[in-house]
Ligand binder design. Sequence first.
Ligand code: MLY
Length: 265
Amino acid sequence: SHDEFNWDDYLAETGSVAAPLSCFRQSKIPPNNEFKVGMKLEAHDPRNVTSVCIATVIGITGARLRLRLDGSDNKNDFWRLVDASDIQPIGTCEKNGDMLQPPLGFRMNASSWPMFLLRTLNGAEMAPASFFRKEPPKPPRNEFKVGMKLEAVDKKNPYMICPATIGDCRGDDIFVTFDGWRGAFDYWCRYDSRDIFAVGWCGLTGDALQSPGNSVSLPKSISNTPVSPPKVIRNSMQSQPKPAFVPAQRIKKRSRGRPPGSSTA
Ligand code: MLY
């Protein structure tokens, strides 16, 4: 329909190019997602990655699973592709001679873990091994270029996948900037991150791609003046064309990206 986000129109309007498929560590055709809500699996605890825990599928979105660690709270859900390397069928850990661990912030006394584990697995529906897909290989090198468009997970709202632009490249690191959000959600990551996708990914998986934000970098006094037609505003800090859409009602404090190497929470 008329107001839905359309990549072809947007690329034309912004005079930009989509990052080629070969840039991404993603399968060319998104993997099928056969998991069902309620199924259990093993997952590395994102907050303590050496621990392998039991996780339950809480939701399904495109090729991703919304996961919650058994014994954890509902504030630390995380999302994983069905071909992620850090999820596996139940039994894998034991087969490797390792022990399943309670999640960080286990809500009971540590001494109750063995019994909790028995109970949580008793009668559980375990995701079959065939549902897990092999992680795609890394592209041999960082082929991203500044200005290329992509679809990226908003790490502050990880259920959201949004139109984004490569803002900078340094070695194996890329700066992902979110179109129309004036830097507030931007982040550095490696070129082979599993949280970035080629233009068209959401269209293929059935994920809801967010629309760009409507923030442009004009002071309110100017942007509220009814001038027509709206122009594409170039933000000199990001050298990124901004969508022409709506003037900013939602001007936020600028948060600049951290340089690669400096670790973030
Ligand atoms: N509730 C939040 C959501 C922001 C999402 C930004 N992403 C899509 C880049 C807000 O409106 O601030």
